[in-house]
Design a binder for this molecule. Structure first.
Ligand SMILES: *Cc1c(COP(=O)(O)O)cnc(C)c1O
Length: 380
Protein backbone atom coordinates (compact mmCIF):
# COMPACT_ATOMS: atom_id res chain seq x y z
CA UNK A 1 0.00 0.00 0.00
CA UNK A 2 2.71 2.43 1.12
CA UNK A 3 4.48 2.49 -2.22
CA UNK A 4 1.44 2.60 -4.52
CA UNK A 5 2.13 5.64 -6.62
CA UNK A 6 -1.21 5.56 -8.42
CA UNK A 7 -3.09 6.67 -5.31
CA UNK A 8 -4.26 10.26 -5.08
CA UNK A 9 -2.95 12.76 -2.52
CA UNK A 10 -5.84 12.44 -0.04
CA UNK A 11 -5.56 8.65 -0.06
CA UNK A 12 -1.79 8.64 0.36
CA UNK A 13 -2.13 11.03 3.28
CA UNK A 14 -4.12 8.38 5.13
CA UNK A 15 -2.45 5.18 3.91
CA UNK A 16 1.19 5.77 2.91
CA UNK A 17 3.44 4.28 5.58
CA UNK A 18 0.41 3.63 7.75
CA UNK A 19 -0.35 -0.08 7.51
CA UNK A 20 -2.26 -1.53 10.48
CA UNK A 21 0.19 -2.50 13.20
CA UNK A 22 1.12 -6.22 12.85
CA UNK A 23 0.77 -7.48 16.45
CA UNK A 24 -2.76 -6.38 17.36
CA UNK A 25 -3.96 -4.75 14.16
CA UNK A 26 -4.20 -1.21 15.54
CA UNK A 27 -5.30 0.86 12.52
CA UNK A 28 -3.64 3.98 13.91
CA UNK A 29 0.18 3.92 13.92
CA UNK A 30 1.23 3.45 17.59
CA UNK A 31 3.44 5.87 19.48
CA UNK A 32 6.50 3.64 19.97
CA UNK A 33 7.60 5.34 23.16
CA UNK A 34 10.87 3.50 23.63
CA UNK A 35 14.53 4.42 23.51
CA UNK A 36 15.87 0.96 22.68
CA UNK A 37 14.80 -2.38 21.18
CA UNK A 38 15.26 -6.02 22.17
CA UNK A 39 17.83 -7.87 20.11
CA UNK A 40 17.17 -11.59 19.52
CA UNK A 41 20.89 -12.36 19.49
CA UNK A 42 24.01 -10.22 19.37
CA UNK A 43 23.78 -8.24 16.15
CA UNK A 44 20.36 -9.70 15.28
CA UNK A 45 17.64 -7.09 15.65
CA UNK A 46 14.16 -6.63 14.16
CA UNK A 47 14.90 -3.48 12.19
CA UNK A 48 15.48 -1.05 15.05
CA UNK A 49 18.32 -0.87 17.59
CA UNK A 50 18.21 2.56 19.21
CA UNK A 51 15.59 5.29 18.89
CA UNK A 52 17.86 8.15 17.77
CA UNK A 53 18.76 5.98 14.78
CA UNK A 54 15.19 4.91 14.11
CA UNK A 55 11.68 4.61 15.51
CA UNK A 56 8.69 2.99 13.77
CA UNK A 57 6.42 6.02 14.39
CA UNK A 58 9.04 8.21 12.74
CA UNK A 59 9.43 5.74 9.86
CA UNK A 60 5.68 5.92 9.22
CA UNK A 61 5.81 9.72 9.12
CA UNK A 62 8.87 9.73 6.85
CA UNK A 63 7.22 7.30 4.45
CA UNK A 64 4.02 9.36 4.35
CA UNK A 65 5.87 12.65 3.77
CA UNK A 66 7.96 11.21 0.93
CA UNK A 67 4.78 9.91 -0.73
CA UNK A 68 3.02 13.27 -0.38
CA UNK A 69 5.94 15.24 -1.83
CA UNK A 70 6.32 12.72 -4.67
CA UNK A 71 9.88 11.83 -3.69
CA UNK A 72 11.64 8.59 -2.76
CA UNK A 73 13.05 9.81 0.56
CA UNK A 74 12.10 11.90 3.58
CA UNK A 75 13.79 12.32 6.96
CA UNK A 76 12.26 13.92 10.04
CA UNK A 77 13.86 16.22 12.56
CA UNK A 78 13.13 17.85 15.90
CA UNK A 79 12.17 21.16 14.25
CA UNK A 80 12.30 22.94 10.92
CA UNK A 81 15.56 24.58 11.99
CA UNK A 82 17.01 21.18 12.98
CA UNK A 83 16.20 19.93 9.48
CA UNK A 84 17.85 22.99 7.91
CA UNK A 85 20.92 22.81 10.13
CA UNK A 86 21.38 19.11 9.38
CA UNK A 87 21.16 19.77 5.65
CA UNK A 88 23.70 22.59 5.91
CA UNK A 89 26.19 20.17 7.50
CA UNK A 90 26.71 19.02 3.91
CA UNK A 91 28.54 22.30 3.20
CA UNK A 92 32.28 22.88 3.53
CA UNK A 93 34.40 25.99 4.14
CA UNK A 94 34.53 28.04 0.96
CA UNK A 95 31.12 26.89 -0.26
CA UNK A 96 28.59 29.53 -1.27
CA UNK A 97 24.81 29.75 -0.86
CA UNK A 98 22.37 31.90 -2.84
CA UNK A 99 19.59 32.81 -0.45
CA UNK A 100 16.20 34.28 -1.33
CA UNK A 101 15.72 37.80 0.02
CA UNK A 102 12.53 37.06 1.94
CA UNK A 103 13.35 33.69 3.52
CA UNK A 104 12.41 32.64 7.02
CA UNK A 105 14.36 34.76 9.52
CA UNK A 106 15.75 31.66 11.24
CA UNK A 107 17.26 30.48 7.95
CA UNK A 108 18.97 33.83 7.48
CA UNK A 109 20.18 33.74 11.10
CA UNK A 110 21.62 30.25 10.65
CA UNK A 111 23.62 31.35 7.61
CA UNK A 112 24.64 34.77 8.90
CA UNK A 113 25.41 33.86 12.52
CA UNK A 114 26.44 30.20 12.41
CA UNK A 115 27.64 29.13 8.96
CA UNK A 116 29.40 32.43 8.30
CA UNK A 117 31.68 31.47 11.19
CA UNK A 118 32.54 28.27 9.33
CA UNK A 119 33.50 30.26 6.27
CA UNK A 120 30.41 29.36 4.26
CA UNK A 121 29.48 32.45 2.28
CA UNK A 122 26.07 33.55 1.11
CA UNK A 123 24.43 36.25 -0.95
CA UNK A 124 20.87 37.45 -0.49
CA UNK A 125 19.07 37.76 -3.82
CA UNK A 126 15.58 38.55 -5.07
CA UNK A 127 14.83 35.18 -6.66
CA UNK A 128 11.91 36.64 -8.60
CA UNK A 129 14.65 38.43 -10.60
CA UNK A 130 16.07 35.57 -12.68
CA UNK A 131 18.91 37.66 -14.14
CA UNK A 132 20.02 38.71 -10.67
CA UNK A 133 19.86 35.06 -9.59
CA UNK A 134 22.01 33.92 -12.53
CA UNK A 135 24.54 36.64 -11.71
CA UNK A 136 24.67 35.66 -8.02
CA UNK A 137 25.52 32.04 -8.79
CA UNK A 138 29.25 31.33 -8.94
CA UNK A 139 31.63 28.41 -9.09
CA UNK A 140 31.53 27.80 -5.35
CA UNK A 141 27.71 27.91 -5.18
CA UNK A 142 26.45 24.63 -3.76
CA UNK A 143 22.91 25.64 -2.81
CA UNK A 144 20.21 27.95 -4.13
CA UNK A 145 17.83 28.27 -1.19
CA UNK A 146 14.35 29.29 -2.15
CA UNK A 147 11.14 29.81 -0.25
CA UNK A 148 7.79 30.32 -1.95
CA UNK A 149 5.41 31.80 -1.01
CA UNK A 150 7.79 33.81 1.16
CA UNK A 151 7.41 34.99 4.72
CA UNK A 152 5.94 37.53 5.35
CA UNK A 153 5.53 39.22 1.94
CA UNK A 154 4.20 36.14 0.09
CA UNK A 155 6.42 36.68 -2.91
CA UNK A 156 6.19 33.90 -5.47
CA UNK A 157 9.38 32.38 -6.84
CA UNK A 158 9.25 30.36 -10.06
CA UNK A 159 10.57 27.03 -8.80
CA UNK A 160 11.15 25.47 -12.24
CA UNK A 161 13.25 28.48 -13.34
CA UNK A 162 15.30 28.56 -10.14
CA UNK A 163 15.82 24.79 -10.24
CA UNK A 164 17.11 25.10 -13.82
CA UNK A 165 19.56 27.84 -12.83
CA UNK A 166 20.79 25.75 -9.90
CA UNK A 167 21.17 22.62 -12.02
CA UNK A 168 23.18 24.46 -14.63
CA UNK A 169 25.48 25.72 -11.89
CA UNK A 170 25.86 22.26 -10.36
CA UNK A 171 24.15 23.45 -7.16
CA UNK A 172 21.23 21.96 -5.24
CA UNK A 173 17.91 23.73 -5.44
CA UNK A 174 16.38 23.63 -1.97
CA UNK A 175 12.76 24.74 -1.57
CA UNK A 176 11.23 25.57 1.80
CA UNK A 177 7.68 24.37 1.15
CA UNK A 178 6.31 25.25 4.60
CA UNK A 179 3.85 27.95 3.50
CA UNK A 180 2.31 25.95 0.66
CA UNK A 181 2.42 22.34 1.95
CA UNK A 182 2.68 19.47 -0.56
CA UNK A 183 -1.07 19.65 -1.13
CA UNK A 184 -0.72 23.02 -2.86
CA UNK A 185 2.79 22.77 -4.30
CA UNK A 186 5.15 19.94 -5.25
CA UNK A 187 8.66 21.36 -5.74
CA UNK A 188 10.27 18.00 -6.59
CA UNK A 189 8.05 17.67 -9.68
CA UNK A 190 9.15 21.20 -10.66
CA UNK A 191 12.84 20.23 -10.49
CA UNK A 192 13.88 20.95 -6.91
CA UNK A 193 16.45 18.61 -5.35
CA UNK A 194 15.48 19.03 -1.71
CA UNK A 195 12.29 20.13 0.03
CA UNK A 196 12.41 21.37 3.59
CA UNK A 197 9.46 21.81 5.92
CA UNK A 198 8.70 23.12 9.31
CA UNK A 199 6.07 20.49 10.10
CA UNK A 200 5.22 22.66 13.10
CA UNK A 201 3.02 24.59 10.67
CA UNK A 202 0.52 23.18 8.12
CA UNK A 203 1.70 19.56 8.17
CA UNK A 204 0.98 19.21 11.88
CA UNK A 205 -1.74 21.81 11.54
CA UNK A 206 -2.98 22.00 15.13
CA UNK A 207 -0.32 24.13 16.88
CA UNK A 208 0.59 21.26 19.18
CA UNK A 209 3.85 19.84 17.82
CA UNK A 210 7.25 21.07 16.67
CA UNK A 211 9.03 19.25 13.85
CA UNK A 212 10.79 19.46 10.52
CA UNK A 213 11.70 17.33 7.55
CA UNK A 214 13.95 17.03 4.53
CA UNK A 215 12.65 15.41 1.36
CA UNK A 216 15.15 14.35 -1.30
CA UNK A 217 15.33 12.69 -4.70
CA UNK A 218 19.04 11.84 -4.97
CA UNK A 219 19.83 8.53 -3.18
CA UNK A 220 23.38 9.70 -2.47
CA UNK A 221 22.21 12.92 -0.80
CA UNK A 222 19.65 10.91 1.14
CA UNK A 223 22.35 8.51 2.40
CA UNK A 224 24.48 11.41 3.61
CA UNK A 225 21.52 13.05 5.32
CA UNK A 226 20.49 9.75 6.90
CA UNK A 227 24.00 9.48 8.33
CA UNK A 228 23.83 13.09 9.59
CA UNK A 229 20.35 12.61 11.08
CA UNK A 230 21.80 9.93 13.34
CA UNK A 231 25.25 11.50 13.79
CA UNK A 232 23.96 14.97 14.75
CA UNK A 233 20.89 13.50 16.44
CA UNK A 234 18.32 16.31 16.09
CA UNK A 235 15.48 13.80 15.83
CA UNK A 236 11.81 14.19 16.81
CA UNK A 237 10.25 12.10 19.56
CA UNK A 238 7.60 9.51 18.73
CA UNK A 239 4.74 11.58 20.21
CA UNK A 240 5.52 14.54 17.95
CA UNK A 241 5.81 12.20 14.95
CA UNK A 242 2.40 10.78 15.82
CA UNK A 243 0.88 14.26 16.02
CA UNK A 244 2.27 15.30 12.63
CA UNK A 245 1.16 12.00 11.09
CA UNK A 246 -2.32 12.59 12.49
CA UNK A 247 -2.24 16.13 11.07
CA UNK A 248 -1.30 14.87 7.59
CA UNK A 249 -4.49 12.85 7.36
CA UNK A 250 -6.59 16.03 7.15
CA UNK A 251 -4.05 18.20 5.30
CA UNK A 252 -6.09 18.33 2.09
CA UNK A 253 -9.38 19.33 3.69
CA UNK A 254 -7.67 21.83 5.98
CA UNK A 255 -5.75 23.47 3.13
CA UNK A 256 -8.93 23.83 1.08
CA UNK A 257 -10.54 25.64 4.01
CA UNK A 258 -7.43 27.80 4.67
CA UNK A 259 -7.34 28.85 1.00
CA UNK A 260 -11.05 29.66 0.86
CA UNK A 261 -10.97 31.74 4.04
CA UNK A 262 -7.74 33.55 3.16
CA UNK A 263 -9.08 34.49 -0.27
CA UNK A 264 -12.18 36.05 1.26
CA UNK A 265 -10.17 37.92 3.88
CA UNK A 266 -7.74 39.27 1.28
CA UNK A 267 -10.68 40.65 -0.71
CA UNK A 268 -12.17 42.19 2.41
CA UNK A 269 -8.90 43.86 3.44
CA UNK A 270 -8.28 45.20 -0.08
CA UNK A 271 -11.30 47.46 0.18
CA UNK A 272 -10.66 48.71 3.73
CA UNK A 273 -9.72 52.36 4.06
CA UNK A 274 -7.12 51.76 6.77
CA UNK A 275 -5.29 49.17 4.68
CA UNK A 276 -2.70 50.48 2.23
CA UNK A 277 -1.64 47.21 0.62
CA UNK A 278 -2.63 43.54 0.75
CA UNK A 279 -0.14 40.76 0.04
CA UNK A 280 -1.93 37.61 -1.13
CA UNK A 281 -0.89 35.61 -4.22
CA UNK A 282 -4.54 34.86 -4.99
CA UNK A 283 -5.21 38.53 -5.81
CA UNK A 284 -4.82 39.19 -9.56
CA UNK A 285 -2.94 42.39 -8.62
CA UNK A 286 -0.22 40.37 -6.83
CA UNK A 287 2.95 40.35 -8.99
CA UNK A 288 3.37 36.58 -8.51
CA UNK A 289 -0.26 35.72 -9.24
CA UNK A 290 0.40 34.15 -12.63
CA UNK A 291 3.32 32.01 -11.48
CA UNK A 292 1.36 30.99 -8.39
CA UNK A 293 -1.57 29.96 -10.59
CA UNK A 294 0.77 27.73 -12.57
CA UNK A 295 2.78 26.09 -9.81
CA UNK A 296 0.26 26.00 -6.94
CA UNK A 297 -3.10 24.26 -6.55
CA UNK A 298 -4.38 27.10 -4.38
CA UNK A 299 -2.99 30.29 -2.88
CA UNK A 300 -2.59 29.25 0.74
CA UNK A 301 -3.76 30.52 4.10
CA UNK A 302 -1.31 33.35 4.75
CA UNK A 303 -2.28 36.98 4.18
CA UNK A 304 -0.15 40.02 5.01
CA UNK A 305 -1.22 43.63 4.84
CA UNK A 306 0.22 47.05 5.39
CA UNK A 307 -1.90 49.52 7.29
CA UNK A 308 -1.73 53.27 6.78
CA UNK A 309 0.40 53.77 9.90
CA UNK A 310 2.41 51.63 12.31
CA UNK A 311 0.07 52.68 15.12
CA UNK A 312 -2.89 51.14 13.28
CA UNK A 313 -0.94 47.91 12.72
CA UNK A 314 -0.11 47.63 16.42
CA UNK A 315 -3.67 48.53 17.35
CA UNK A 316 -5.21 45.85 15.12
CA UNK A 317 -2.85 43.22 16.54
CA UNK A 318 -4.05 44.09 20.03
CA UNK A 319 -7.77 44.17 19.25
CA UNK A 320 -8.68 40.96 17.45
CA UNK A 321 -10.47 38.38 19.57
CA UNK A 322 -10.66 35.31 17.32
CA UNK A 323 -7.26 35.92 15.72
CA UNK A 324 -4.88 35.14 18.58
CA UNK A 325 -1.85 37.40 18.83
CA UNK A 326 0.92 34.84 18.45
CA UNK A 327 3.91 33.82 16.35
CA UNK A 328 3.84 30.70 14.17
CA UNK A 329 1.26 29.78 11.54
CA UNK A 330 -0.52 26.95 9.79
CA UNK A 331 -2.81 25.80 12.60
CA UNK A 332 -6.57 25.42 12.50
CA UNK A 333 -6.95 28.58 14.62
CA UNK A 334 -6.36 32.03 13.15
CA UNK A 335 -3.33 33.99 14.31
CA UNK A 336 -2.28 37.62 13.91
CA UNK A 337 1.15 39.11 14.44
CA UNK A 338 3.30 42.18 13.89
CA UNK A 339 6.38 40.88 11.97
CA UNK A 340 8.46 44.01 12.66
CA UNK A 341 8.29 43.51 16.41
CA UNK A 342 7.74 39.76 16.58
CA UNK A 343 8.84 37.14 14.03
CA UNK A 344 11.10 39.51 12.09
CA UNK A 345 12.67 41.45 14.94
CA UNK A 346 15.93 39.49 14.56
CA UNK A 347 16.31 40.63 10.93
CA UNK A 348 15.93 44.37 11.64
CA UNK A 349 18.70 46.21 9.80
CA UNK A 350 19.28 43.27 7.42
CA UNK A 351 18.05 42.93 3.81
CA UNK A 352 15.06 41.07 5.27
CA UNK A 353 13.76 43.98 7.34
CA UNK A 354 10.00 44.55 6.99
CA UNK A 355 7.74 47.60 7.16
CA UNK A 356 6.66 48.53 10.70
CA UNK A 357 3.09 48.90 9.41
CA UNK A 358 2.93 45.28 8.29
CA UNK A 359 0.52 42.78 9.84
CA UNK A 360 0.64 39.04 9.10
CA UNK A 361 -2.35 36.73 9.36
CA UNK A 362 -2.37 32.97 9.49
CA UNK A 363 -5.97 32.44 8.48
CA UNK A 364 -7.47 29.41 10.21
CA UNK A 365 -10.43 27.26 9.32
CA UNK A 366 -13.10 28.99 11.41
CA UNK A 367 -16.16 30.38 9.60
CA UNK A 368 -14.92 33.18 7.32
CA UNK A 369 -17.77 35.54 8.32
CA UNK A 370 -16.71 35.36 11.97
CA UNK A 371 -13.11 36.05 10.98
CA UNK A 372 -14.08 39.05 8.84
CA UNK A 373 -16.29 40.48 11.58
CA UNK A 374 -13.37 40.15 13.99
CA UNK A 375 -10.98 41.99 11.65
CA UNK A 376 -13.60 44.65 10.91
CA UNK A 377 -14.06 45.47 14.60
CA UNK A 378 -10.28 45.43 15.19
CA UNK A 379 -9.62 47.82 12.31
CA UNK A 380 -12.43 50.05 13.62
C1 LIG B 1 8.68 28.11 11.13
C2 LIG B 1 9.46 28.04 9.87
C3 LIG B 1 10.74 27.46 9.83
C4 LIG B 1 11.41 26.94 11.07
O1 LIG B 1 10.76 25.83 11.61
P1 LIG B 1 10.71 25.49 13.19
O2 LIG B 1 9.85 24.27 13.22
O3 LIG B 1 10.12 26.67 13.90
O4 LIG B 1 12.11 25.24 13.61
C5 LIG B 1 11.38 27.40 8.61
N1 LIG B 1 10.82 27.91 7.49
C6 LIG B 1 9.60 28.49 7.51
C7 LIG B 1 9.04 29.04 6.24
C8 LIG B 1 8.90 28.58 8.69
O5 LIG B 1 7.70 29.18 8.70
Amino acid sequence: MSDREDLRFETKAIHAGQEPEPTYGAVSVPIYQTSTYLQDAVGKHRGYEYARTGNPTRTALETALAALEGAPHALCFASGMAAEATFLYLLRPGDHVVLGDDVYGGTYRLLSKVLAGWNVEFDVVDLTDLDATRKAVREETRVVWCETPTNPLLKIVDIAEIAAIAREAGAWCVVDNTFASPYLQQPIALGADVVVHSSTKYLGGHSDAVGGCLVTTDPEVHERLLFLQNAAGAVPGPMDCFLVLRGLKTLAVRMDAHCRNAGRIAEFLKSHEKVRKVYYPGLPSHPGHETASQQMMGFGGMVSFETVTEAIALDVCGRTKLFFLAESLGGVESLIEHPGRMTHMSVAGSPLEVSPALVRLSVGIEHPDDLMEDLAQALG
